[in-house]
Design a protein around this ligand. Structure first.
Ligand code: KG4
Ligand code: ZN
Length: 356
């Protein structure tokens, strides 16, 4: 009885991750190295720094995942690796390493689209049939798509500028939350969520972006500029220097979190109605999957719950460790592709890695 087992490797952004997953969704081994702390210090990801850190860690992380799985590399059915989208320099490290391994172990290679992997993760933990709606919201992603099959996606909306996590990170940086005693080790989005609990969102009246746009796209850079102006104004009023923490920081955090939640919920509502009107989703038991780092925000989740309750949909989120970048989702995407008979490349000579 031959059981499919896939090694997944992910290096698209700032996590070096690997995992071994079998056909039934058992995670046999996993390892991850996060670069968040380094990037927090430099105030954002510097691609050559990320590349160097991936280089320093990839061998060890893949070894750790394989060792933890207790299988011998010869038992692998295939090696799956993220090839796009992401930071070119980061992707290159994972791809080069994987292609070497593929060559050495004589295993089939499965190229993985990072967004497809995020979208399919829910099928590892829950029994979810196609089609379902997925909302991916993180530091680098913002999209709404109808998932009709393993590699059959209908893109309904995307951010026209930056992703919500990126915007929250920028606002947090502008508010110097890294210097806040309660938030110094948190990501920008988490710091905003934490501080917002102590603030009053009604102190600022901010419009939700794109209210008249008849589509499911998103925009966050306008909101960022509005917040920037408010911060500048408050700095003047409170007579403090750039870099010090405003006494109104919690109110600003609450306002930006609320506006972000409203915008995301409204666009998602449109997407659900669009799909239901065209019978693209079940009328009675449609599923909305929400994933990405921003999906861990409970205020945003509650806003989405209001939408799914009003439209008779079920809201599902993968557990937090599977919402953010990880190797498990890549390995699982490999399993899904193997089962669907898709995208197995025995001959890797045709693959070239071309950074853009
Ligand atoms: O999925 P992820 O780990 O990485 C990618 O961007 O792909 O997401 C990280 C993003 C960061 O922008 C971070 O600020 C945001 O997710 N984030 C949050 C929360 N936790 C992390 N945003 C809002 N609320 C949170 N609790
Ligand atoms: Zn991601």
């Amino acid at each position: 009885f031959l059981h499919k087992i896939v090694l997944g490797i992910e290096t698209s952004c700032d996590d070096t991750a690997a995992a071994v997953v079998d056909e039934t969704g058992n995670v046999l081994g996993e390892a991850i190295h996060s670069q968040t702390e380094v990037h927090l210090k430099t105030g954002g990801i510097i691609p050559p720094v990320a590349q160097q850190l991936h280089r320093e860690n990839i061998q060890r992380i893949v070894q750790e995942a394989l060792c933890a799985s207790g299988i011998s590399p010869s038992e692998l059915s295939a090696i799956a690796t993220t090839i796009k989208p992401g930071l070119a320099l980061s992707l290159g490290v994972g791809l080069s390493f994987s292609l070497q391994l593929v060559d050495q172990l004589k295993k089939p290679f499965i190229p993985i689209h990072h967004m497809e992997a995020h979208a399919l993760t829910i099928r590892l933990t829950n029994k979810v049939e196609f089609p379902f709606l997925v909302l991916l919201i993180s530091g680098g992603h913002c999209l709404l798509a109808l998932v009709r099959g393993v590699s059959d996606f209908l893109l309904l909306g995307k951010s026209l500028d930056i992703a919500p996590g990126d915007m929250l990170d920028k606002v947090a940086r502008r508010l110097s939350l890294i210097k806040h005693p309660e938030c110094s080790t948190m990501s920008g989005g988490k710091a905003i969520e934490h501080l917002a609990k102590q603030g009053n969102r009604f102190h600022f009246d901010i419009n939700s972006p794109m209210q008249r746009a008849k589509n499911c796209d998103f925009s966050f850079s306008g909101l960022q500029h509005v917040i920037d102006k408010i911060i500048m104004q408050k700095e003047k009023e409170e007579g403090i220097e750039k870099g010090q923490i405003l006494s109104s920081a919690a109110d600003i955090a609450a306002a930006v979190q609320h506006t972000t939640a409203c915008h995301i919920a409204k666009r998602t509502h449109r997407a659900i109605l669009f799909c239901k009107q065209r019978d693209l989703l079940s009328q009675s038991n449609a599923v909305l999957v929400v994933s990405g780092g921003v999906a861990s925000n409970l205020y945003i989740r509650r806003a989405l719950e209001i939408v799914t309750n009003a439209t008779q949909c079920t809201l599902l989120c993968p557990p937090p460790r599977l919402c953010t970048d990880n190797g498990i989702m890549i390995a699982w995407n490999g399993i899904e592709r193997l089962r669907a008979g898709l995208g197995i490349l025995d001959n890797i000579e045709g693959i070239r890695y071309e950074p853009k």
